[in-house]
Write a protein that binds this ligand. Structure first.
Ligand code: BGC
Ligand code: ZN
Length: 465
């Protein structure tokens, strides 16, 4: 299969490689899940990896397959997997457990180990490939209704963890009723943080560099959030007008803003830091003042990185809620699709210097247009037809009229051999056609038994679900 890999330590080495397709048997205990990758998002971390500032190859391999924001469709599962089935949409978590206590209790995002394992980032291959395999424990199901935006789940989890941690910390106050929030940065993470805070009912001010109007500011307006360009108003000044801020979420990647944020934070407030800043920037700060206000104001500041399964599940819930409250909003973040792994140069170019970029992502493969979760699990991969249920349905007329070219007809038959629900569907379809032909005046005869009508409706519903 094809994959995209870097040679860690060598800048701009991202290239297409050919590696064997993994098998679910690689995971012990029958817990393997083979995922066909559909989309993979890229972010600042991928930029750093490509610049050779970050990232290590798995031991023994001279390359690292990149990509940690994966979205795919289950292709096959091991015998001990009950949580997902072929056809399900899924996202895999990023970090894999090390040896600290936190790793052992399912919270590897809180590891105290110095070395950590992250798929597509550090010591473990990622998802920019045609397929990947992982244990079901690290695979999170995404409902089909979120198919179009599922690639945003991983960045969403970074936000979910940060905000959940803030609420957890604020239990120190016994009563905490946050009213006003500030988000520093209007990139993907900043936008998603604003979304989640709006869904929690907070008044949200987002600070960004660029003067409004522009896409990100417009998207914030749709959420009912306020956008402030720091080119016009400083963060501390703005906090007098729109604060005091009970919760602040920093996601700019620019560390000096942290010290302004500390000052803009309200009494008893919590400031969440999420930027991974690999550089060596230095600034002068009003240290006494910041310290004094922190002490006298009982303020708290917390760092957050990565996310464990719990936050992926919460992310799915909030994405579903977002689709209900702000329909179509999430998909507007998906500004820059790059079709095919082959286009990796274009992908990196867009990521580093594209204009009006919110999210760059690789369309690795199109989703099966219709879920084939009803293929019995025991149907071996090589017996899986290429024709999806939806295509079969599109071809059904020609099939019955004997108009399908030979190879398509063969694919059609191959599909029918493994797909009981399409067999049902075809039968119902034939019956319906016959029925229609039998009544000259195009009307359903009055004597059609109600049970047949119900059976037809049920069969259609079953296939389409
Ligand atoms: C990823 C996190 C990861 C962090 C540090 C981020 O881009 O979203 O999962 O922990 O980089 O490697
Ligand atoms: Zn089918």
């Amino acid at each position: 299969m094809k994959a995209l890999a870097v040679i860690p330590g060598r800048a701009h080495s991202l290239h297409l490689i050919e590696v064997p397709r993994p098998s679910p048997d690689e995971v012990p205990g029958g817990r393997g899940v083979l995922v066909r990758v559909l989309r993979v998002g890229v972010d600042g971390t991928d930029k750093e990896i490509d610049a050779a500032e970050y990232g290590q190859a798995p031991p023994g391999d001279g390359y690292l397959i990149t990509g940690h924001e994966g979205f795919g469709q289950v292709e096959a599962v091991g015998p001990a997997v009950t949580e997902v089935a072929p056809g399900d949409f899924v996202v895999a978590t990023v970090r894999r457990p090390g040896s600290s206590l936190y790793d052992r209790i399912g919270t590897s995002d809180m590891t105290t180990d110095d070395v950590y394992f992250e798929r597509g980032i550090n010591l473990r291959h990622g998802f920019l490939a045609e397929y990947y395999v992982d244990a079901a424990d690290f695979i999170v199901k995404v409902p089909a209704g979120l198919e179009d935006v599922g690639v945003l789940l991983e960045p969403m989890t970074v936000v979910e963890k940060g905000i959940a941690q803030a609420y957890e910390i604020q239990r120190r106050l016994r009563v905490w009723n946050p009213k006003r929030a500030a988000v520093m940065g209007a990139g993907t993470i900043g936008l998603l943080a604003a979304l989640v805070l709006r869904l929690r009912g907070l008044d949200v001010t987002v600070f960004g560099l660029r003067p409004a109007p522009y896409l990100n500011a417009n998207l914030l307006a749709l959420l009912g959030a306020r956008y402030v360009s720091v080119a016009a108003v400083g963060v501390v000044d703005a906090s007098h007008e729109f604060g005091p801020f009970d919760l602040m979420f920093e996601a700019t990647g620019y560390s000096p803003i942290v010290f302004d944020s500390m000052r803009a934070l309200g009494k008893n407030g919590v400031l969440v830091l999420s930027s991974v800043t690999g550089g060596d920037r230095r600034v002068e700060v009003p240290a006494d003042r910041i310290n004094l206000e922190f002490v006298l104001g009982n303020k708290v500041m917390v760092g957050t990185v990565n996310a464990n399964r719990e936050y992926f599940e919460k992310g799915v819930e909030d994405m579903a809620l977002a689709e209900a409250v702000f329909p179509g909003w999430l998909s507007r973040l998906l500004t820059h699709p790059i079709v095919g792994l082959e286009q990796h140069r274009e992908m990196m170019r867009t990521l580093t210097s594209g204009t009006d970029v919110i999210k760059v992502f690789c369309e690795v493969a199109p989703a099966h247009r219709m879920r084939y979760s009803h293929f019995p699990a025991e149907v071996a991969l090589e017996n899986r037809p290429n024709m999806t249920c939806q295509q079969l349905i599109d071809f059904i007329m020609s099939y019955l009229d004997n108009d399908l070219p030979g190879d398509q007809r063969a694919e059609f038959d191959r599909h029918m051999a493994v797909c009981p629900s399409c067999v049902d569907y075809l039968k119902t379809y034939e019956k319906t056609v016959m029925l229609a032909k039998s009544c000259a005046d195009d009307q359903v005869p009055a004597d059609v038994p109600e049970s047949l009508v119900q059976a037809i409706l049920a069969a259609i519903k079953k296939t389409v679900d």
